[in-house]
Design a protein around this ligand. Structure first.
Ligand code: NDP
Length: 392
């Protein structure tokens, strides 16, 4: 029986993975080692009971009494805090899903890579902030990393038919998010509620806002660079409002292979769960006649400065990814808290990158998690210190 762990089980991606596991036989088909959540102890306990997990870990230590009570009498271990998540990630499991949001997801993914497991990677921040470290650990231990982000899963699947060295470029698509068609002058006044509604995908709030600002696509451009080793000039972004084509791979002989599917994350998660095989998934088939037409447009970098910053980060390399990711997370926190306007997030991130570029060792990739987190902390401070008026 295959053993599995889910880090971030109570989130949007985690729930989709749970759904797939339950439909595929649940506790009778999988031996669940660890499930983790952030604050939602009761949902975590329900999932742990349903899958008869070995251990359930909640990041917020104040929620441990609730978790313990909800798991009383089941024999399932209950634990809390980052150290407990770390310990759970070190427990051997055949397949582990990294689906915690943000930099908090770095550590469990890195642990799975270090122990040579199969890591299904939804947490894009891992590759952005610590790509060389994560990929290096995977090479050293023989770990397999499978992309779960839909665009990277799409590239991965199109590459099955070709060789990376004959790839001319890849194209990842972007829906354009909530403000795709808003007049530019209205963008500074976009509210958190307006930014939290995605036209096509049903996702967590943070990634939904990042889709509206295109910071999500910027993260994915960097993720593509780290995962597939492509330089920034070989990674293109195309606005595709219908979100049916997720990515395309263009080969040197002029052929372009595209991956199409309805916008449902269970497709990419299921692909990673079943890989290298394919198995039926509970996702709708593609009815192109019903869709009628697919449309495309070039991204406007005036509207989405995050895309320019992504290329800058790839070209700078070294610690730039860790800085970019952390500054973006801080700017997003500040937007959600009402301290920054929607259009000011890019300014805060650029400011943090400018300051970091003047610090020693910026050009060197962080060698371990502590080094990544040191850049992360400094970048959050720098981004938080920025204001549009430049007074700080
Ligand atoms: P959600 O916000 O829905 O879920 C995040 C998960 O992480 C929850 O389980 C949450 O717990 C947990 N969590 C939050 N903070 C912490 C913390 N400090 N320590 C430990 N656990 C924590 O996010 P998504 O599911 O949308 O996204 C997860 C990851 O997958 C992100 O990196 C995202 O970029 C990526 N991704 C998401 C896609 C999507 O469709 N949603 C698509 C492609 C990639 P709790 O809810 O209990 O507080």
């Amino acid at each position: 029986m295959r053993s599995v762990s889910i880090f971030g089980a109570t989130g949007s991606v985690g729930e989709s993975a749970f759904d797939l596991l339950m439909r595929a036989g649940g506790a009778d088909a999988f031996r669940t080692i660890a499930l983790t959540g952030g604050r939602n102890a009761l949902r975590l306990a329900e999932m742990a009971r349903a899958l008869r997990a070995e251990i359930a870990v909640i990041a917020d230590e104040d929620r441990l009494p609730d978790l313990r009570e909800a798991l009383a009498g089941t024999g399932i271990e209950a634990a809390a805090g980052d150290a407990a998540i770390d310990e759970a990630a070190q427990r051997p499991s055949d397949w582990s899903l990294s689906a915690i949001v943000g930099a908090a997801g770095l550590m469990p993914g890195l642990r799975v890579a270090q122990r040579g497991g199969t890591l299904a990677l939804a947490n894009k921040e891992s590759l952005v902030a610590a790509g060389p470290l994560l990929m290096g650990e995977a090479r050293r231990s023989g770990a397999t990393i499978l992309p779960v982000d839909s665009e990277h899963s799409a590239i991965f699947q199109c590459l099955d038919c070709g060789k990376l060295d004959s790839v001319e470029h890849v194209t990842i698509t972007a829906s354009g998010g909530a403000f795709r068609d808003w007049p530019l002058e209205r963008l500074p006044f976009a509210s958190v509620a307006e930014a939290s509604s995605h036209p096509n995908w049903d996702m967590g709030q943070r990634i939904t806002i990042d889709s509206a600002s295109m910071f999500n696509k910027a993260l994915e451009v960097i993720e593509t660079h780290e995962f597939f080793g492509l330089t920034s000039d070989r990674i293109r972004v195309l606005v595709h409002p219908e979100s049916i084509i997720h990515a395309m791979v263009s080969y040197s002989d002029g052929a372009t292979l595209a991956h199409l599917g309805p916008p449902d994350m269970r497709h990419a998660i299921g692909h990673a769960l079943n890989w290298p095989d394919r198995a039926p998934l509970p996702v709708a088939g593609l009815d192109l006649a019903a869709i009628g037409q697919l449309t495309f447009r070039a991204p406007d970098e005036g509207r989405w400065p995050a895309l320019r910053l992504a290329r800058q980060v790839i070209d700078q390399s070294g610690a730039a990814g860790a800085v970019f990711n952390a500054a973006k997370e801080q700017a997003l926190d500040d937007f959600i808290a009402g301290r920054l306007r929607f259009t000011d997030m890019a300014g805060a991130v650029e400011h943090a990158l400018d300051i970091a570029a003047g610090r020693p060792h910026f050009g060197t990739s962080p060698a371990d998690l502590d080094a990544v987190l040191a850049w992360d902390r400094a970048a959050r401070r720098d981004a938080a210190g920025w204001s549009p008026a430049g007074k700080d």
